[in-house]
Design a protein around this ligand. Structure first.
Ligand SMILES: NC(=O)c1ccc[n+]([C@@H]2O[C@H](COP(=O)([O-])OP(=O)(O)OC[C@H]3O[C@@H](n4cnc5c(N)ncnc54)[C@H](OP(=O)(O)O)[C@@H]3O)[C@@H](O)[C@H]2O)c1
Length: 300
């Protein structure tokens, strides 16, 4: 059985990766927090600050995995503007530390990246389109891509976007935020001018799983199959969960004054992925139906 290490196992994607991979791989998990939030047994969890070179070296030397999935990142996009050093440490130095720590073994490396590498002026981005990042988060994620591209190991770079899903003790993602507000009849203001492909987190894990099983390496756009504005995404959430759509107010991005720049239309073309893995991530209603089942299972 191949040994796999997942970094960021306490996060939204990390928890989903653990669920998908734990019966197929000899799986070990690491995240920064002292406590293990994923469904993996506690003895398989290690608290690792990936920006600490010695700690990383010690951890990887002990495990010497066949595969590393890096689902960790400093994902607070506005936080990255206020804390550029912390952003660079977790998004770039951490990746350098992974690569530099693999001495005497050659794992396949999976790096998860983002639609923010694009400026969002065009939309329908393929893997061949030129990135044009703006903001610290976007620049740090592109820098990490470049480091992985040049590393001596087989690798997969999976760019994704607008991730949503449920996990234990997580901060809200867009979908869970909308659900929490509308379920208690609170108004929300949602932008009509930011467009993308919402990605149900289990579809991203499934895509990474299939890419690895088929030994398909390189750069892939991995997102849900449907392009919608944030406002339309919120309407679909109200529809699937049976909430009052009248609580959703339309606004535009200039009314939000978000600190970091956002790509306005970062929609992906996912044909390369679909052709290589012979499977397609779902559309928005399909992801939301699965999220609904998951929430009922978790909360009763
Ligand atoms: N969320 C989105 O909409 C979105 C969109 C595009 C791309 N992505 C990319 O998808 C990936 C997964 O995102 P996500 O939403 O699952 O993120 P998330 O829920 O914020 O989880 C990220 C995890 O990374 C861990 N982490 C951060 N810095 C670390 C460090 N220095 N050392 C060890 N662990 C560290 C944190 O661990 P602790 O909790 O233990 O501190 C956290 O649980 C990231 O690469 C992100 O850039 C996300």
């Amino acid at each position: 059985m191949n040994k796999l290490v997942v970094f960021g196992s306490n996060g939204l994607l990390g928890q989903s990766i653990v669920e998908r991979f734990k019966n197929r791989y000899d799986l070990y998990a690491a995240s920064r927090g002292a406590e293990n939030k994923s469904s993996l047994a506690d003895e398989r969890y290690t608290s690792v600050d990936m920006s600490n070179r010695a700690g990383m070296k010690d951890f990887l030397d002990r495990h010497r995995p066949d595969i590393i999935v890096n689902a960790a990142a400093y994902t607070d996009v506005d936080g990255c503007e206020k804390d550029p050093e912390g952003c660079w440490a977790s998004n770039v130095r951490a990746v350098e530390n992974i690569i530099d720590s693999c001495v005497g073994f050659e794992p396949v490396l999976v790096q998860v990246s983002t639609d923010y590498v694009f400026d969002g002026h065009e939309g329908n981005y393929t893997e061949k389109d030129e990135p044009r990042p703006s903001g610290n988060y976007a620049r740090s994620k592109l820098a990490a891509e470049k480091i992985v591209e040049q590393c001596p190991f087989q690798h997969i770079i999976a760019r994704t976007q607008v991730l949503y899903g449920y996990g234990k003790d997580l901060k809200h993602n867009f979908a869970t935020w909308v659900i929490s507000r509308l379920s208690s009849a609170k108004n929300i203001r949602v932008v009509t001018d930011q467009t993308g492909n919402p990605t149900y987190v289990d579809d991203l894990s499934e895509s990474i799983y299939r890419l690895l099983e088929r030994r398909e390496y390189g750069l892939f756009h991995v997102s849900g199959s449907e392009t919608v504005s944030r406002y339309d995404f919120a309407l679909k959430i109200a529809d699937v969960f049976g909430f009052d759509a009248g609580l959703i107010e339309q606004i535009t991005s200039d009314q939000l004054q978000q600190l970091a720049p956002r790509p306005m239309n970062s929609s992906f073309v996912i044909d390369k992925l679909v052709n290589r893995i012979d499977w397609e991530p779902g559309d928005v209603p399909s992801g939301l139906q699965r999220l609904k089942i998951r929430l009922v299972d978790s909360h009763g």
